[in-house]
Write a protein that binds this ligand. Structure first.
Ligand code: BES
Ligand code: ZN
Length: 852
């Protein structure tokens, strides 16, 4: 937590923009652009200087017009603050004025600001010019008041080569064509923040339709790929209608364009009316995309479209409230996909995917509160993490459960209506929900967003009286011992005992609460709707074994019990043999989400003991855990099987195969040969096949994978192959993968995941870290300033020795990377947790495994 309060770097709000007229002309020969703009501003008081944001732009001319006077200011740049200050000889009076600027900039290859993306058509190189402005990169495309609070209308003109499409946030108003250029002027936007503006220029093709409310929806791709856009179009149309109805507010623009961009730093970006995506998050090939790919596409679309209301219509006042954007969109995406694909069991998946990942990250001391003071760009970039996204979504889920879904919806709708075209803060949202629900929402939610971490509820029984006590949970036992954090949360939660369809609701507002026990078992946090962990006494935990085995408890409840047990064993609160025994109750488990959590915690332990001599015994134990399930799912799709069963198959086969199951490996290698020969192989199985072939493969397999990678045009398939390239066991081959990642055959956006794949492989982790150190300059030059390097450094949490921790720490002392400083601190904390965990539990784990 940062305690020193930093000097504010925000612009003065005494001068603010109301209307921008911008024209931009990208040049595809020189990779530069020329721009001109007129900003209508309002001055609340007289001033002799105006400051706005500009980075890596050359301002060619500037003049300020007020009434009949025109002034040419002096311009001073501040590189650190990323601003340009215009100084005037004579003061500008209170009231309206017009700032006219012309400027040039570079169409960069860094996937931020106004940048270029490359693709090929029949071996010919082609370019798209596109934008990525969030969080603070609009200032790289045009001088502007680049803070979310400065909402203004934008009238954009794009001057582009005649054969290219020009896309911005609204529809074209007029288009003028001359011999080789096209000038497209777009309708003015509603008042909006700079980070949501977009320009996209390129040879693109598209498909289109209309929603039942009459909104035009289009999906753009590079030439030849529009047939992969149909699924996205269908989902977008349904999602748009869903939200219009849910929020009770029609989509405020005449068009929703969605554009697949070959080079793209994030997954997608919610620019108002012109949402951009990386190809793998938008395009679906009916023959080659897997159901997991499809589900991801649906979730990303639903996420970005939620932002059209939550974020775009109502925007956070400052980045401190980023979670109002991201937490919400991460919650809403499940709601929307669940309504479109009710059989996909999205809320069960939510428990593992969002809730689960947030509980992990937020169990570290080096987490941050959902609302966090941020000022400079690196601090802002740093908070696009699981706390803002997944914890944000999880606490909303908890609140929705507490208030009831319909009350929650009404509150949201009221909030959006009240603040539309404006900005809001967290308290504004709580207030709307409080008014609608008549419940103390602000009081209940306060600690969840203002404090880091979450509580673990300790549950103990004494003669049919159960006590529930809260304290902050830390996954790192050393941290836990030293901590004197005495935060008490208001915890709404429910329990089941006796009848599993009967929930008893409670609100824990002090340290302790008493409950009457009236059944054979008690499961706290039923439905896993609250953002907590639960620690049972040994007896109470044991009483849950039968309900787990007999599936007397729901899938999410089973999931909650086992993941908390794993986390508590890392924290030193229960013994590791106790957990591994409990896992045995899950041998007949059939639910996908439960298996996600089990597989991932078992993997974490495998990472922890990867250099121990009892690893083979552990692998045998894991094979036994997965055996029944592997038998059940088999290799072939069953007729009419449910969605999550299809997702379960690759998870289970991959796990048992990775732990060395011979039959599974043989089958995978056989199928790999089929792929090699170009025969059709089920897309659901391809990642298992690639990975197991690599894990057990030699240089020949490596070369085959490289060939497949190079010639593949579907990004999702490329990503699968790319990850498998990190799975080899031979260090020489892993080095070749690392070299390949920077060879120019791999798009920028895929470089980091490829290195991370090697890093996540116990055989490759030292190698990957050495490679990163050796190529630091290159990596820094290519990726610094965004969030990709932070993603890479998350991989460091798999190290297990103090020596590795110290090395990492040293390196970043010498080579500071501000946008990843928290990630590095988190990884260091995790490594040190691993170290104590391993030293303390090594012997008990070993004897458990060797005597089993
Ligand atoms: N607003 C973000 C895009 C973004 C991320 C901009 C980081 C700047 C920095 C967008 O809405 C988003 O959250 N995209 C996610 C996908 C989503 C389904 C979780 C992403 O890019 O990972
Ligand atoms: Zn988002």
């Amino acid at each position: 937590m940062k305690t020193v309060k930093k000097k504010s770097v925000r612009l003065s709000q005494d001068t603010y923009p109301v209307h921008y007229k911008i024209s931009v002309r990208p040049d595809f020969q020189t990779f530069t652009f020329e721009g001109a703009e007129t900003i209508e501003i309002v001055l609340k008081k007289q001033t002799s200087e105006i400051t706005l944001h500009a980075v890596e732009l050359e301002i060619k001319s500037a003049s300020l017009i007020q009434g009949k006077t025109e002034q040419k200011p002096k311009i001073l740049f501040n590189k650190k603050l990323e601003t340009a200050t215009f100084k005037f000889a004579k003061p500008i009076q209170k009231g309206k004025a017009e700032l006219q600027l012309s400027f040039t900039g570079v169409l960069n290859d860094k996937m931020r600001g106004f940048y270029r993306s490359r693709y090929e058509i029949n071996g010919k190189e082609k370019w798209i010019a596109t934008t990525q402005f969030e969080a603070v990169d609009a200032r790289r495309a045009f001088p502007c008041f680049d803070e979310p609070v400065f909402k203004a209308k934008f009238e954009v003109t794009l001057i582009v080569p005649k054969d290219m499409e020009a896309i911005s946030n609204t529809l074209p108003n007029k288009t003028a064509i001359d011999t080789n250029c096209k000038t497209v002027t777009f309708l003015p936007t509603p008042p909006m923040s700079t980070y949501l503006l977009a320009f996209i220029v390129g040879e693109l093709e598209y498909i289109e339709t209309k929603t039942k409310e009459g909104v035009l929806v289009r999906v753009f791709t590079t030439p030849g790929k529009k047939k992969q856009a149909q699924f996205a179009l269908d989902v977008a149309v349904k999602t748009l209608s869903f939200y219009s109805k849910y929020f009770g507010i029609v989509y405020p623009l005449p068009v929703l364009d969605m554009i697949a961009i070959p080079d793209f730093a994030a997954g997608a970006m919610e620019n108002w009316g012109a949402v951009t995506y990386r190809e793998s998050a938008l395009l679906v090939d009916e023959n080659l995309s897997s159901l997991a790919n499809k589900q991801w596409v649906a979730l990303v679309i639903a996420h970005e479209l939620a932002h059209q209301w939550f974020g775009n219509l109502v925007t956070m006042e400052w980045w401190t409230h980023l979670w109002l954007n991201e937490g919400f969109a991460s919650f809403m995406e499940y709601l929307a996909v669940d309504s479109i694909f009710p059989s996909w069991e999205m809320w069960v998946q939510f428990t593992a995917l969002e809730n689960g990942s947030a509980l992990r990250l937020d169990g570290l001391k080096n987490t941050h509160p959902i609302e966090v003071l941020v000022s400079d760009p690196s601090e802002i970039n740093e908070i696009f993490d699981s706390v803002s996204y997944s914890k944000g979504a999880s606490v909303l889920r908890m609140l929705s459960e507490y208030l009831g879904a319909e009350t929650f919806r009404k509150g949201l709708s009221q909030y959006l209506k009240k603040y539309k075209y404006g900005n809001a803060t967290t308290v504004d949202l709580w207030t709307s929900l409080e008014i609608v629900s008549k419940k103390p929402v602000r009081k209940i939610m306060d600690k969840w967003t203002s404090r880091p971490g979450y509580p673990v509820l300790t549950v103990m029984e004494n003669e049919n009286k159960v006590t529930v006590t809260q304290k902050r949970f830390f996954s790192n036992r050393i941290v836990a011992k030293k901590s004197n954090d005495s935060t008490l949360w208001n915890v709404p939660f429910s329990i089941v005992q006796k009848k599993i369809d009967l929930k008893e609701k409670y609100l824990l507002s002090g340290k302790t609460l008493f409950i009457n026990k009236n059944g054979l078992f008690i499961k706290v946090n039923s439905g896993e709707c609250s953002f907590i962990r639960v620690k049972y006494s040994s007896d109470l935990l044991q009483q849950l074994e039968v309900p787990i085995q007999k599936k007397k408890l729901s899938a999410v409840d089973r999931l909650g019990i086992i993941r908390d047990a794993f986390a508590l064993s890392e924290a030193g609160e229960i013994s590791i043999p106790q957990v591994l025994n409990l896992v045995k109750s899950f041998k007949e488990e059939e639910d996908y989400a439960v298996w996600i959590e089990i597989a991932s915690y078992l993997r974490q332990i495998a990472q922890l003991i990867s250099d121990e001599n009892f690893l083979p015994e552990y692998e045998k134990y894991c094979r036994e855990i997965f055996a029944i399930s592997a038998q059940k799912v088999g290799w072939d799709k069953k007729k009419g099987e449910k969605h999550t069963d299809s997702l379960l198959r690759p998870l289970v086969l991959m796990s048992i195969g990775s732990y060395g199951d011979k039959k599974t490996i043989e089958r995978a290698i056989l199928l790999f040969k089929k792929i090699e020969k170009g025969e059709r192989v089920d897309p659901e199985l391809r990642s298992v096949i690639f990975n197991l072939a690599a894990e057990n493969g030699d240089e020949k397999i490596f070369n085959t994978l490289i060939e497949l990678y190079k010639k593949e045009t579907l990004q999702q398939e490329k990503d699968r192959i790319g990850r498998a390239l990190g799975a080899f066991k031979d260090k020489k081959i892993l080095s070749m993968t690392l070299e390949f990642s920077l060879s120019g055959h791999v798009r920028s956006q895929s470089v980091i995941p490829m290195i991370a794949a090697v890093w996540g492989n116990p055989k490759g982790r030292s190698l990957a870290w050495r490679f990163v150190k050796k190529n630091w300059k290159t990596l820094h030059k290519r990726f610094a300033g965004g969030h990709l390097l932070a993603r890479l450094l998350e991989s460091a949490d798999a190290f297990v020795t103090e020596k590795e921790a110290a090395d990492l720490e040293q390196f970043f002392k010498k080579n500071p990377l501000p946008e990843a400083s928290r990630t590095v601190a988190q990884s260091l904390e995790q490594i040190r947790s691993n170290t104590v965990w391993l030293t303390t539990d090594r012997e008990s784990l070993k004897s458990f495994l060797t005597n089993a």
